[in-house]
Design a protein. Structure first.
Ligand SMILES: NC(=O)C1=CN([C@@H]2O[C@H](COP(=O)(O)OP(=O)(O)OC[C@H]3O[C@@H](n4cnc5c(N)ncnc54)[C@H](OP(=O)(O)O)[C@@H]3O)[C@@H](O)[C@H]2O)C=CC1
Ligand SMILES: O=C(O)C1=N[C@H](C(=O)O)C[C@H](O)C1
Length: 233
């Protein structure tokens, strides 16, 4: 598979390593200063760029008939537009706030727990995410997906950073050192606390998941998710 990398930062470099180990070639590295890219050589584009850059990168790939895997967070207010564009162009697209197998299992566990906890009014839910100090967006994309999973299975209506009323899920964002990504969902009552926690030890799991998604999307048309790739639920 010939891969075009959009964003050649921490994730772009990790994806290059994993892709090459799996026998793929990197045919383009599109970063902030890149003037031109040869889309005709790309079987797939993998975008891990910035919140400001992702949407345009994705649309340009659809225009050039290149399937897109995007893991960039913080641009999701334009996700519906990107989906529409993909459908109009009969393209192929997967966005995931987190590509790691572990976090995708954690998403499933979170939804099952939310469903059980929705019957118990004495517990209040809250969330904490911890990432490295270079992260541009907060809360993390993963925390937003977790909150959406809880909202789908409970009476919570929305999420909010830090402080919240009883109808919204409070999310605390911490930025510390080089933390790859930690997410904690807590349910607290007057008498006890239940927590589920995912800790990424490094970025390899995110990169491997993105490369597996790129392999999976070959020859397909449409908008998919990691649930489709991993055959979950
Ligand atoms: N879904 C998932 O599993 C994961 C998602 N992420 C997300 O991926 C994104 C990237 O993370 P990370 O690699 O750590 O960040 P980095 O800051 O290390 O890398 C981002 C890169 O994108 C470059 N860039 C800026 N503008 C453009 C542009 N117009 N086109 C292409 N590239 C551009 C930056 O260049 P410059 O530095 O010169 O500005 C930088 O090299 C973030 O949104 C992060 O939240 C991260 C890990 C896992
Ligand atoms: O910026 C990061 O590093 C990460 N971003 C993603 C997010 O916002 O959830 C995924 C992972 O937690 C690492």
């Amino acid at each position: 598979m010939n891969i075009g990398l959009f964003g050649y930062g921490k994730m772009g470099k990790m994806i290059e390593q994993i892709a090459q180990q799996r026998g793929h070639s990197i045919v383009a590295k599109v970063d902030v200063g890149t003037k031109e890219a040869d889309y005709s050589k790309m079987d797939v584009a993998i975008d891990f760029s910035t919140p400001d850059a992702a949407y345009q990168n994705i649309i340009t790939c659809f225009e050039n008939k290149v399937p897109v895997i995007s893991g960039t967070t913080g641009w999701l207010e334009r996700y519906a537009e990107a989906v529409k564009h993909c459908q109009e162009k009969k393209g192929a697209f997967i966005y995931a706030s987190n590509f790691s197998l572990g976090v995708n299992l954690f998403f499933e566990l979170n939804e099952q727990l939310a469903s059980m906890m929705s019957k118990l009014e004495q517990y209040s839910v809250s969330m904490e995410e911890i990432h490295h100090t270079q992260k541009l967006d907060a809360p993390s994309g993963t925390a937003i997906t977790l909150a959406e999973g809880i909202i789908e299975h409970s009476s919570y209506k929305t999420w909010k950073s830090e402080t919240a009323d009883e109808k919204s899920i409070p999310i605390t964002s911490k930025r510390e050192g080089a933390v790859a990504g930690t997410h904690i969902v807590s349910y607290e009552s007057e008498v006890d606390k239940i927590e589920i926690k995912h800790v990424a030890h490094n970025r390899k799991g995110f990169a491997l998941g993105a490369v597996i998604a790129a392999e999976w999307i070959q020859g397909k048309t449409g908008v998919f998710s990691m649930k489709d790739v991993l055959n979950l639920s």
